[in-house]
Design a protein around this ligand. Structure first.
Ligand SMILES: [Mg+2]
Length: 383
């Protein structure tokens, strides 16, 4: 009875709810914790979106795409068009704009803006209904497995030596992590033999029982990727992520036919997921809610992958926002703890989940449970 009264009142409130304010904040020079054996990077920037409803519910989101052009695009073009819209009608929002997502060069900034809006609106849905977003997405699980990515050189810092990589991997395992990932293909001309020796040093440092993966960041030719995978097969690699240029589906499918290492790839464009699945190009599909369409698109991609019996996994710097998708959907999977980017989330948001024995426990707060720290925007906002 009480529940029915609550649901009735909630639906009355929700039906009158409107988007009343949209703001975008470009933040710079936020102090972050550098990686274990480095003194850089010490700061990070971010793009935050804030959407408030007429009844005072505030949804928050961020983007992996932080080009300042997004600020003007949202403030002058996107925000005015969505004011007054019902925050629950997330599939209606892209229809107000769809043509513009194909207009280059604004395309990438526009896609980022749409993703941020969708994420903030799902945060509002959760806060309005008193439910965590991952339960609204299906509620498959309350914790997700996590792997740690480390060893990438940022902010002009020197590339990690084999010894440094191995030491950092061993350190992360000592902290309780059971799956680590490193980048490959980052030499001026990709050098599979050198990458193999780097991965071998990591395997020797972490022992046989910890999972080890590698990320090519779209930098290798098919010949380089095949050579690297063949050399690394003896190292028991869990997966290789985005090994070849452009995530070309037919090239990835060819690689899969030449190695026993599982292949994972992300999709940043609307139809990439379909093409990767139809081509038999991936063992794991890696949508990023912050780059393409938010949770609404994440749900569609998850359903598409499910139809091909392909699980999702995750690979990008927006781990904390992607947790809800992987906890929510039936074929959700591993979430990436990208060391440098996770430190930025820790600096920006309250209550960011932290890995414990290979898992992240999902927030049970209404919404996403990712609200920025008090005073942070005032202190670091540049626009
Ligand atoms: Mg990656």
């Amino acid at each position: 009875m009480l529940n029915q009264v609550f649901l009735h009142e909630t639906s009355v409130v929700a039906s009158r709810q409107k988007i009343a304010r949209v703001e975008i904040h470009e933040l710079k020079n936020i102090p972050i914790q550098p990686p274990p054996f480095r003194d850089r990077p010490k700061t990070e920037g971010a793009m935050l979106m804030e959407i408030e409803t007429n009844d005072g519910v505030i949804g928050w989101s961020t983007s992996g795409y932080t080009h300042p052009v997004t600020v003007d695009l949202v403030a002058k073009f996107v925000a005015p068009r969505i004011l007054g819209e019902d925050p629950f009608r997330t599939d209606r929002i892209p229809l107000l704009f769809d043509r513009h997502t194909f207009e280059r060069p604004l395309g990438r900034a526009f896609v980022a803006a749409m993703a941020m809006i969708d994420i903030a609106l799902w945060d509002i849905k959760g806060k309005t209904l008193g439910k965590p977003v991952h339960h609204l997405l299906g509620g498959a699980r309350d914790r997700v497995p996590v792997y740690v990515t480390h060893g990438a050189a940022y902010d002009g810092a020197a590339v990690y030596s084999r010894e440094e990589l191995a030491a950092e991997a061993a350190h992360l395992v000592k902290l309780g992590n059971n799956h680590v990932k490193n980048t490959v293909g980052r030499q001026a001309i990709p050098d599979p033999k050198d990458d193999y020796l780097r991965m071998k040093a990591m395997r020797e440092a972490i022992g046989p029982d910890v999972k080890l993966s590698m990320d090519g960041n779209l930098r290798m030719s098919i010949a380089e990727a095949i050579k690297l995978c063949n050399l690394c097969e003896e190292l028991d690699i869990a997966f290789i992520e985005e090994p070849v240029y452009y995530n070309d589906p037919s090239v990835l499918a060819h690689l899969r036919s030449r190695t026993t290492i599982a292949v994972a790839a992300a999709e940043n464009e609307k139809f990439a997921a379909r093409d990767l699945l139809v081509a038999g190009a991936v063992d794991f599909l890696q949508p990023n809610v912050n780059n393409d369409g938010g949770y609404s698109q994440g749900l569609r991609t998850a359903a598409l992958a499910r139809a091909f019996n392909i699980p999702l996994s995750h690979g990008n710097g927006n781990g904390p926002h992607n947790i809800a998708l992987h906890a929510g959907v039936i074929n959700g999977g591993l979430v990436e703890y990208h060391f440098h980017k996770w430190m930025a989330y820790n600096a920006i948001f309250e209550h960011v989940p932290q890995p414990e024995s290979g898992y992240l426990t999902v927030s049970q707060e209404p919404g996403l449970g990712l609200n920025p720290k008090h005073g942070l925007i005032r202190e670091y906002k540049v626009n």
